[in-house]
Design a binder for this molecule. Structure first.
Ligand code: FAD
Length: 309
């Protein structure tokens, strides 16, 4: 069995694996796709001390750094079930291929995925005007026109944030009214360069083949279509944690995030968690890595306190 088994190979999992391996304990990482969301990212400009890099380059660096250590890297492995430790003190992780892995502690770092609109042009123009993370990509649209899709808290926060950077924001909400907290709504309505459109269904993202140049929405009341000329579209209709497989075993928040304390401890003894899959606010690489380090150190702390079975 492992001493620390990390499930998920994004920034959080890579950091957890390195911190665990540096303690000289048996460490493994099982992940569906080593690198995680970083693989889908183009420019990264907010990873402190690295002025600018690209996602695939960072993913390669993550894997190289992990492989510097004696870590059992198991790629293309999807976890489907977690069984808490019984008398033998071992947590069991079942994999889709039928195999199972046992470990004295587990770090869950399965990340999250952005909910997509599912309209023509969205896939084609991802990273070419279609963006999901205002903290990451907002500055790329400095002085340009953007739309934010989604009038919940994250959409309205994004509109307020972007309004300070870009020339103009069109905030598009499917419902008849915004769903964000009243205080955020008041703030966004006070901004001169934000236009709010409600009862609007985005139907297409248009571009010139290389970059986004417009968005089309259908007025759900009148039924007619409108075209908005712009350079960017921020989709803010939900971030879904990859935790469906943990339901009923590990305590999750109403949004499906793994509930952790400030040491990364979950509701299950010996099971820790880190990164976008957890309740920790602000989903960013630098935060996920810090949390991965925390979870691994907490796992080590747990191991030195429990007697070996
Ligand atoms: P993830 O990166 O999501 O990794 C999760 C890992 O778990 C993957 O290896 C996945 O394959 C694996 N996994 C999932 N389910 C299972 C399962 N059941 N069994 C086994 N393995 C599983 N952040 C920044 O700081 N700066 C940026 O510029 C930036 N730009 C971004 C651009 C885009 C387009 C996107 C999508 C995100 C961006 N982010 C950026 C956010 C950043 O990528 C995430 O905050 C970060 O990757 C989270 O790390 P994580 O390790 O928690 O999860």
């Amino acid at each position: 069995p492992f001493d620390v088994l990390v499930v998920g190979g994004g920034p959080a999992g890579a950091a957890a694996a390195i911190y665990a391996a540096r303690k000289g304990i048996r460490t493994g990482v099982a992940s569906e796709r080593f690198g995680g969301q970083v693989l889908d990212t183009m420019a990264i400009e907010n990873f402190i001390s690295v002025t600018e890099t690209e996602g695939p380059k960072m993913a390669t660096a993550l894997e190289q750094h992990v492989r510097e250590y004696d870590v059992d890297v198991m790629d293309l492995q999807r976890a489907t079930q977690l069984l808490p430790a019984g008398d033998d003190g071992l947590v069991e992780i079942k994999l889709e291929n039928g195999a199972s892995l046992k470990s004295r502690t587990v770090v869950l770092s399965t990340g999250a995925r952005w909910r997509q609109m599912g309209v023509p042009g969205e896939d084609q123009y991802r990273n070419k005007g279609v963006a999901y993370c205002p903290h990451c990509d907002g500055p790329l649209f400095k002085g340009k026109r953007v739309a934010v899709i989604g009038g919940g808290n994250s959409g309205v926060e994004a509109a307020i944030d972007l309004a300070g950077i870009v020339a103009h924001v069109t905030l598009i909400e499917y419902d008849a009214q915004l769903r964000a907290d009243e205080v955020l709504q008041r703030k966004v309505r006070s901004l001169p360069n934000v236009r709010i459109v409600t009862s609007a269904q985005t139907t297409e993202v248009l571009g010139d083949g290389a970059k986004v140049n417009a968005l089309v929405y259908r007025d759900r009341v009148g039924g007619d279509s409108h075209r908005v000329e712009l350079e960017g579209v921020f989709v803010q209709i939900g971030l879904l944690p990859n935790t469906e497989w943990l339901k009923g075993v590990v305590a999750l928040s109403p949004r499906g995030e793994i509930i952790v304390d400030d040491r990364g401890q979950t509701s299950v003894p010996g099971v820790f968690a880190a990164g976008d899959a957890t309740t920790v606010p602000y989903k960013q690489i630098v935060i996920a890595m810090g949390q991965g380090a925390t979870a691994a150190l907490s796992a080590f702390d747990h191991l030195i306190r429990v007697p070996v079975a």
